[in-house]
Design a protein around this ligand. Structure first.
Ligand code: CP
Length: 311
């Protein structure tokens, strides 16, 4: 890897993506066997700065860092001086002055990570940015898919749901397409994305149509918390209507049990996915979480191991 940051999937070449996935598969086997922690990031200090809620990403980065021997501290905006009016830039400069090697950053605003990069000399690792980027989610999705399918090239993946507000969708469209998958999108018109890459994807207006084409469905949560920033407030008339057109229900899963089902989490059970589907043999939902720890180990090691600061 040529730069000590990971802001976007586009920071990585296809060869680097495959190298990260190969490392993740090795780490995954070790994690499942209970292999002891390594010390490859011994003396590295990582701050996990979360300005938005998270379960999977925060805990998997923290677990990954500990598995590699790094020290971590968690910064949560809630309860910090952000609540006294401290600016984002000042918060980043404060963390930088404490001498961390890397910041794993989640923020709800598009562009926050570039600001963090300009205001610090820490490696910036994107743990979710507005609705534009979630590179490690796309990497772990590719890692899970590759394990299950054996190859990504030519696999037909349909991303279903609130594409417009989904950083997972935008990172996945970019990365999966570059790895050779065919990516399509299925959403209400108001929740389709206007990004240039999304514009090139095939579109479906219902999950019934999508399921005739796809081998894999990447289901997404409706992100109502982001509707206030866009013109999507009338996109969903009722949960019942949404389920009829866009949910992968137990009934649909019984008719097509060979369909692979993915979801980045958190799942709104009973909206886009039924509980039985999350736990079905064709669901990768929990396997994706296991890949999340392994891929974040690979990312941390690739970014931090070659750049030793010796604080
Ligand atoms: N997929 C994902 O980013 O989940 P969290 O919000 O729980 O981190």
């Amino acid at each position: 890897m040529s730069v000590p940051h990971l802001l976007s999937t586009t920071d990585l070449s296809v060869d680097e993506i495959h190298a990260l996935i190969n490392s993740a598969h090795t780490f995954l086997a070790g994690n499942l066997r209970g292999t002891p922690n390594t010390q490859s990031l011994n003396n590295k200090r990582i701050v996990l700065a979360f300005f938005e809620a998270s379960t999977r990403t925060r805990l998997s980065f923290e677990t990954a860092a500990h598995r590699l021997g790094a020290n971590t501290l968690v910064f949560q905006a809630t309860g910090s001086s952000v609540e006294k009016g401290e600016s984002f830039e000042e918060t980043i400069e404060t963390l930088n002055a404490m001498g961390f090697d890397a910041i794993v950053l989640r923020h709800g605003s598009n562009g926050a990570h570039s600001i963090a990069r300009r205001h610090s000399n820490m490696s910036v690792i994107n743990a979710g940015e507005g609705w534009i980027e979630h590179p490690t989610q796309a990497l772990l999705d590719a890692s899970s898919l590759l394990e299950r399918m054996g190859s990504i090239r030519g696999v037909r993946v349909c991303i279903v749901g609130d594409i417009k507000h989904s950083r997972v969708a935008h990172s996945n469209i970019e990365l999966l397409t570059r790895l050779g998958a065919e990516v399509s999108l299925c959403a209400p018109n108001e929740l389709q994305s206007s990004s240039p890459l999304a514009a090139e994807c095939r579109k479906f207006e219902s999950i019934a149509e999508a399921a005739e084409w796809a081998q894999v469905l990447c289901m997404l949560r409706i992100q109502r918390e982001r509707f206030i920033h866009s013109d999507a407030s009338h996109a969903i008339q009722s949960i019942e209507e949404y389920r009829n057109r866009f949910a992968w229900t137990t009934e649909r899963n019984l008719k097509q049990p060979e369909m692979l089902i993915m979801h980045p989490g958190p799942v709104n059970i009973g909206v886009e996915l039924d509980n039985e589907v999350v736990h079905a043999h064709n669901s990768l939902v929990h396997r994706q979480v296991s890949h999340g720890v392994a891929i974040r180990m690979a990312v941390l090691e690739h970014i931090l191991a070659p750049f030793s600061k010796n604080i």
